[in-house]
Design a protein around this ligand. Structure first.
Ligand SMILES: NC(=O)c1ccc[n+]([C@@H]2O[C@H](COP(=O)([O-])OP(=O)(O)OC[C@H]3O[C@@H](n4cnc5c(N)ncnc54)[C@H](O)[C@@H]3O)[C@@H](O)[C@H]2O)c1
Ligand SMILES: [Zn+2]
Length: 403
């Protein structure tokens, strides 16, 4: 999708102005185009630690600025896993699931376009992003703000009278003023992968700011979970071919090669950082890396990665979405004397979302096995099993898919 920022700004402002000037009236919603909307919806509500109940609620009224979406699927994210295990945000009872997508079945008369100005109609496929109820201009158009931390997101909202607040459900009500994108031109699996892919689009954009990541760079990707594998896919769509993947899981390293890594290094086969960095150098034909992406949540892995990078090289650290503890590095050897340029990356911007849609189309077009990242699909009723499977790290991306 082409996103012209000047146009987008104008359109969004226009939409917001019209929202603010017209009171919400529940009765004015346009009827669904096809298929009856059931009287009740089902929501997987985390009601206790490690326990979801699938609850039934009356289908809510659709206000003039609202969109009712029939949910097709939703990925299980690391954040859902944290909530399931420990509820660190104190949200229970909560309808989780933010990597979701579905089809518009009903929308209010005031809804005309998505957050990028693309027309919306019943039958279109959509995803949400962060919500900016209080000040939608923040982050999308404030170029000084680099990411969207602190904003609300469907799937992490507290429960309320409407209840349809998360994508682990069969229907979700997207409220007036929410960020929503029309992604009808992407297939279901691609749509489920949008949110994690946006994390890597942002990381690569951050990496590009160093000026070191180039067409023919040698790049190390450390950690081959979904995050590292998507990182490799993005580098491949950019034409970067000299990629070495590092992990301790051979199955994941094999997938990294299918995704486009040239070579791989299994750290289990190399004792000590000297041997490991030697193996990475060998995998590049005797060179150190120009650039490295750190995609594990391991402080040891953070400390190790400097040893793989050449003098004057670059590093993007994106592996710590949450606090994973301190890492020990030697500031003289690892940073100063090598003149490493280091960037951190966290979450994404709305602009990265639009780039992600293009990336997903390109990745498919050049034959990358993106679909295979979704290794397990569960129906909504088996959401507890889906989370247990996710915690066991038996697959890569686990998704709830409504049949
Ligand atoms: N920056 C962000 O906004 C953002 C967003 C989402 C996730 N993340 C972070 O990205 C990280 C990766 O996410 P994921 O879903 O791929 O996780 P994951 O746990 O599935 O994958 C991590 C991989 O790292 C490997 N690994 C562990 N220690 C290693 C080491 N010392 N050297 C090399 N490899 C090692 C593991 O074997 C595993 O395959 C997580 O820690 C998560 O917090 C960051
Ligand atoms: Zn997520």
């Amino acid at each position: 999708m082409e996103m012209n920022s000047a146009n987008v700004e104008a359109v969004v402002k226009q939409v917001l102005e019209s929202m603010l000037s017209q009171p919400v009236s529940a009765s004015a919603a346009a009827p669904a185009a096809g298929g009856a909307i059931p009287k009740t919806a089902h929501v997987a509500m985390l009601t206790a630690l490690e326990h979801y109940d699938v609850k039934e609620f009356p289908m809510p009224e659709v206000g003039d600025g609202d969109i009712l979406v029939k949910v097709e699927g939703c990925g299980v994210c690391g954040t859902d896993a944290h909530e399931f295990k420990r509820d660190p945000f104190g949200l229970i009872p909560v309808a989780l699931g933010h990597e979701g997508t579905g089809e518009i079945v009903k929308m209010g008369k005031d809804v005309k376009v998505d957050s990028a100005g693309k027309p919306l109609k019943v039958g279109d496929k959509v995803v949400t992003c962060m919500i900016f109820k209080d000040n939608p201009d923040i982050t999308m158009f404030d170029l000084n703000k680099q990411n969207v931390g602190g904003a609300d997101v469907y799937g992490l909202l507290p429960d309320d009278d409407i209840h349809l607040n998360g994508w682990f459900s069969d229907y979700i009500l997207i409220r007036k003023g929410s960020t929503v994108f029309n992604v009808s031109d992407l297939d279901l699996k691609s749509r489920i992968l949008i949110e994690p892919c946006a994390v890597l689009i942002h990381a690569v954009e951050r990496a590009k700011t160093t000026g070191i990541l180039r067409f023919n760079s040698r790049v190390v990707v450390q950690g081959c979970g979904p995050i590292g594998l998507i990182c490799i896919a993005i580098l491949r769509t950019m034409g970067i071919e000299n990629i070495v993947a590092v992990d301790g899981n051979q199955q994941r390293l094999d997938f990294a090669k299918r995704m486009g890594a040239d070579n791989s290094v299994n750290f289990m086969n190399h004792k000590g950082i000297e041997a490991l960095s030697g193996a990475v150098k060998e995998a590049f034909g005797g060179y150190e890396a120009d650039f490295a992406f750190q995609c594990t949540g391991s402080p040891v892995a953070h400390a190790n990665i400097y040893k793989f990078i050449r003098n004057g090289g670059g590093l993007c650290e994106l592996g710590f979405f949450i606090n994973g503890g301190d890492a020990t590095i030697n500031p003289h050897f690892d940073l100063c004397s090598k003149e490493i340029t280091l960037v951190g990356s966290w979450v994404y911007t709305l602009r990265d979302y639009a780039t992600t849609f293009d990336f997903l189309k390109r990745a498919k077009a050049i034959g990358l096995p993106m679909d295979d990242l979704i290794t397990h699909e569960f129906p909504l009723e088996q959401i507890n099993e889906a989370h247990v499977t996710n915690l066991k790290q038996e697959g890569l991306k686990i998704a709830i898919v409504n049949k």
